[in-house]
Design a protein around this ligand. Structure first.
Ligand code: MG
Length: 223
C-alpha cells in the first residue's frame, strides 16, 4: 500500500484513488493544440504508479517520448459526495507537488483514435508525489508558485491562480461524478513547458516554500 505523508505531523494516509485533471492551464492547452475545456477533463492513475521523492521514474520500453508535467496535488482528508463548491476546501487534508509523467507518443496515438489514455498516463512509476503540507499551514492554495527544473534548468513555472477550474470547483465536480474518499489524490493540471525526459535526467519539482520532490529517470531494462 502506498501512503501519503502529511507534514508537519508526519501522519500517514493510505492513498486511495488518483484523479488527474487535463488541460487546466490555458497556455499548456494551447501548446497541446487545444483549449481549456468547458467541463473538467478527468482521467485516473492506479496507486501502483505512485513513487515517493528520491525514487526513479522508469521509462517503459514501449515509449520513445515520456514527458514531465509538474502539478499541484491535493490530498483529500474527508470523504464526501455532492460537495458544494463553497464547502470543498474543508475536505482537503494537504497540498503537495507531483509529476504526471506521460508517454506522449502513446497518448497522441490514443487521442488520434479516440482511445483511452490509461496506458499513456498510468504506467508504473508515472506518479511521483511529494509529501503533503497540512492545510492549516497554507493561507491561500489558489496563490502558490510551483516549478520544475530538469538537471538544474527550469522547464515549467506557474502560479495556481492560473488554473482554469479552481481547486474547490474540481473537488465539487469530482464529488458529483464519483465519491471522494479520504486518501484520494487530485493532480490539478500542468502549465506550459512540458517536454521530454531521458535516462539520467534529474527532476526537481517545488511547491515554493512548502515541499519538494526529486526523481531521476531510468530506462526499463529489456529482459
Ligand atoms: Mg497532467
Amino acid at each position: 500500500m502506498k501512503n501519503a505523508l502529511l507534514l508537519p505531523s508526519r501522519k500517514k494516509i493510505p492513498i486511495n484513488n488518483i484523479y488527474c485533471v487535463g488541460q487546466n492551464y490555458a497556455e499548456h492547452a494551447k501548446e497541446m493544440g487545444s483549449t481549456v475545456a468547458d467541463v473538467p477533463v478527468i482521467f485516473l492513475k492506479p496507486t501502483s504508479a505512485v513513487v515517493e521523492s528520491g525514487s526513479s521514474v522508469i521509462i517503459p520500453a514501449m515509449s520513445n517520448n515520456v514527458h514531465h508535467e509538474v502539478e499541484l496535488t491535493v490530498l483529500i482528508g474527508t470523504s464526501g459526495r455532492n460537495i458544494p463548491a463553497g464547502e470543498a476546501l474543508k475536505h482537503v487534508a494537504g497540498y503537495g507537488i507531483g509529476l504526471d509523467m506521460t508517454m506522449r507518443d502513446i497518448q497522441s496515438e490514443a487521442k488520434k483514435h479516440g482511445k483511452p489514455w490509461t496506458t499513456a498516463k498510468g504506467f508504473y512509476t508515472s506518479a511521483p508525489l511529494s509529501s503533503f503540507m497540512e492545510v492549516s499551514a497554507i493561507s491561500d492554495p489558489q496563490n502558490l508558485d510551483f516549478s520544475l527544473t530538469v538537471n538544474g534548468v527550469q522547464r515549467q513555472k506557474t502560479n495556481t491562480s492560473k488554473m482554469n477550474f479552481k481547486i474547490h470547483e474540481l473537488i465539487s465536480f469530482l464529488s458529483t461524478v464519483f465519491s471522494l474518499e479520504e486518501g484520494d489524490v487530485i493532480f490539478t493540471g500542468t502549465p506550459e513547458g512540458v517536454a521530454q525526459v531521458i535516462e539520467g535526467d534529474v527532476l526537481n519539482a517545488e511547491l515554493h516554500g512548502i515541499t519538494t520532490l526529486t526523481t531521476t529517470v531510468t530506462m526499463e531494462k529489456n529482459s
